[in-house]
Design a protein around this ligand. Structure first.
Ligand SMILES: [Zn+2]
Length: 493
C-alpha cells in the first residue's frame, strides 16, 4: 500500500472508531463529530516532504561511508601490493576503486561538508575552519559549526523517507542536529582545531542528547594515552616517548603532540562506532577517521626522508614506519566494523584529499613561536591559504574512493569527484537525486540491473521539500549584527 492509500485508510479507521465508540449515549453528537473528522481527513494536506516520500520507494540497500582524512593511493598501493591491507584489498577486488578528485582550497571542514551535502563550499557556506570573531574576545575566532551550514546534509535527507542515519565524528556536525537516528558530533573529543580555537563543548554533543552520556565514557584521554597501542604503531626513543606523554595539548608542527591528540581522538570514535553498531545498523552510516591527516602532515619527512635535507637516518627509519603502520591500523579497524554490518552493505571508503611531501620541515623556532601564540599560528596559516604551512606533508587533490558490496560492480576502475558521493549514496538508497547537486551518480560502478529496478529519479532540490534544522547555541549563535558582518564578508549568503 502506498503512503496515500495508507493515509486514506488511517482516516477511514479513525472515522470508524469514533463513529462506533460512543454510539449509544450521544448518537447524534457522535455522528456529527465523525462527519467533521471525515471532512478534516479528506482535507488533510500532505506536506511537500510527505508527498515526496509517498512517491518514493527506497531500495532497501544500506550504505556505510567511511571517511579517512587524507587517505592517498600513493601510500596505500605499496601496502596493498604487499598484501598488508587485506580488508581494503578485498573491497577493491570485490568492487570498484578510483581517484576521488578534490577541490581547492583544501580545507577539511569545507571538503567533508561538500561530501555530505553534494554542494560547493560557496553554496553550503562552510568554507574554512573558522569564521571571523563574533564574540567579545575579538582575538579568538569561532570554529565553524553546523549552525553555519546553509545546505541540507545527507543526515537531514533520509528521515522523511523513514530511513535511519548514524553519523560519527564527521567534520562540522556540532551542534548535533535532530535526525532520524543518531549523530555523535565532532566536538566530543579534543582535536587540533578544537583545542587551538577553544572549541571544546559540553552541550548538543550528540543527537539524541542523552547519547552523550553513553559515548563520553569511551573517550580516550590524551593525558593518559594508550602507550601499549602507540608502541605498536611507532618505535619512539625514551626521550620522544616522555615528550609525547608529557604534551598537554597539540602544538602546531610538533609531531609528537599532534600525533597523540589525533590518535586519541580517532580511537575514541572507533570505540563509539563499534558500540553503536552493536545496537543496530542505520540505513546510512557515516564514520569519520581523523588521525591519518595530522600524522601525514607531521611525519612525512620521516616517511620519505630522501625528499628533505637534514632528516637523520636512524630516526627516519624508526618514525617513518608510523604512516604505513597507521594504514594497517585503519585496515584492522575496518575489519571490526565490517563484522558488525549486514554483508550486503555497500561500503564506501573515501578521503577528502591526498598527501605528498611538502619538502619543508618546520624549524624548531617556528614550533616554539607557535607553541604559545595560537593567534600568530592561525594568521600564518591563513596568509598562505593552507593549513599545512611549514608542515612536512601537504595535501594533494587526489583522494581515494573504494566501493564494494550490494549492487556495486566487481573489478571496476572509476574516476570520481567529491561532488559525486552524495548523489551516488542517494541513488543507492533509492531516493531522489536533486538537480542542484553538481555531481553525478557514479552509474559506472553500479550493476545495470539495480539501475533498471531503481531508476534514478530527479527532483529540483531537497531544499524545496525540507527545512534546514537550526540548533540554538547560547554563546555561538551569531546575533543580527554579527550575521550582517559575515554576510558582508561573503561567509554566508
Ligand atoms: Zn590536513
Amino acid at each position: 500500500m502506498d503512503r496515500h492509500a495508507e493515509l486514506a485508510e488511517d482516516c477511514r479507521v479513525r472515522s470508524r472508531l469514533s463513529a462506533g465508540r460512543y454510539v449509544y449515549p450521544v448518537r447524534s453528537l457522535t455522528i456529527l463529530a465523525a462527519l467533521l473528522l471525515l471532512v478534516a481527513c479528506q482535507r488533510q494536506e500532505l506536506t511537500p516532504a510527505q508527498r515526496l516520500a509517498a512517491e518514493t520507494s527506497p531500495s532497501g540497500v544500506k550504505v556505510l561511508l567511511v571517511g579517512i582524512d587524507g587517505a592517498t593511493f600513493s601510500v596505500l598501493d605499496p601496502l596493498l601490493e604487499a598484501g598488508e591491507l587485506p580488508v581494503m584489498a578485498d573491497l577493491i577486488q570485490q568492487g570498484a576503486r578510483g581517484v576521488l578528485e578534490s577541490r581547492k582550497p583544501s580545507r577539511s571542514p569545507a571538503l567533508w561538508t561538500t561530501i555530505a551535502t553534494g554542494k560547493s563550499p560557496r553554496e553550503h557556506g562552510v568554507k574554512n575552519f573558522k569564521l571571523p570573531p563574533v564574540d567579545s574576545d575579538k582575538r579568538r575566532p569561532v570554529l565553524v559549526s553546523s549552525i553555519h551550514r546553509q545546505s541540507l546534509a545527507l543526515w537531514n535527507m533520509l528521515g522523511p523517507f523513514g530511513l535511519q542515519v548514524g553519523f560519527l565524528g564527521w567534520w562540522v556536525t556540532w551542534p548535533a542536529e535532530p535526525v532520524n537516528g543518531w549523530i555523535v558530533s565532532d566536538r566530543v573529543t579534543h582535536s587540533r582545531w578544537i583545542d587551538w580555537a577553544g572549541g571544546f563543548k559540553d552541550e548538543s554533543l550528540t543527537f539524541p542528547p542523552e547519547l552523550a552520556n553513553e559515548v563520553r565514557g569511551l573517550v580516550v584521554d590524551p593525558n593518559d594515552p594508550p602507550m601499549d597501542e602507540i608502541d605498536q604503531l611507532v618505535e619512539l626513543s625514551d626521550e620522544e616517548r616522555s615528550e609525547l606523554i608529557a604534551s598537554t595539548r597539540p602544538i602546531y608542527g610538533h609531531w609528537l603532540s599532534v600525533f597523540k591528540f589525533g590518535y586519541c581522538s580517532q580511537r575514541s570514535y572507533e570505540k563509539m562506532a563499534l558500540q553503536l553498531l552493536d545496537k543496530g545498523q542505520p540505513d546510512l552510516v557515516g564514520l569519520f577517521l581523523i588521525a591519518n591527516d595530522p600524522i601525514c602532515h607531521t611525519f612525512w619527512h620521516f616517511y620519505q626522508p630522501e625528499k628533505y635535507t637534514g632528516v637523520e637516518g636512524e630516526q627516519a627509519k624508526r618514525l617513518g614506519q608510523l604512516i604505513p603502520n597507521f594504514q594497517r591500523h585503519n585496515d584492522r579497524f575496518l575489519a571490526q566494523v565490517l563484522s558488525k554490518v549486514d554483508p550486503d552493505t555497500v561500503v564506501m571508503l573515501i578521503s577528502d584529499h591526498g598527501f605528498r611531501a611538502s619538502k619543508r620541515i618546520p624549524t624548531p623556532e617556528e614550533v616554539e613561536k607557535y607553541a604559545n601564540r595560537f593567534d600568530q599560528m592561525w594568521e600564518g596559516a591563513e596568509e598562505e591559504g593552507v593549513v599545512a604551512v611549514g608542515q612536512s606533508g601537504r595535501h594533494t587533490l587526489h583522494g581515494i574512493l573504494i566501493a564494494a558490496g550490494g549492487p556495486i560492480r566487481k573489478g571496476v576502475k572509476t574516476k570520481a569527484h567529491l561532488y559525486d558521493i552524495a548523489p551516488t549514496v542517494l541513488a543507492l538508497l533509492g531516493l531522489p537525486v536533486p538537480e542542484d547537486m553538481p555531481g553525478r551518480v557514479l552509474e559506472d560502478i553500479i550493476e545495470p540491473e539495480f539501475l533498471e529496478q531503481h531508476p534514478i529519479r530527479t527532483i529540483d532540490s531537497y531544499e524545496s521539500y525540507l527545512e534546514l534544522p537550526r540548533v540554538a547555541i547560547a554563546d555561538e549563535t551569531p546575533d543580527e549584527e554579527a550575521l550582517e558582518m559575515l554576510r558582508s564578508l561573503g561567509y554566508i549568503q
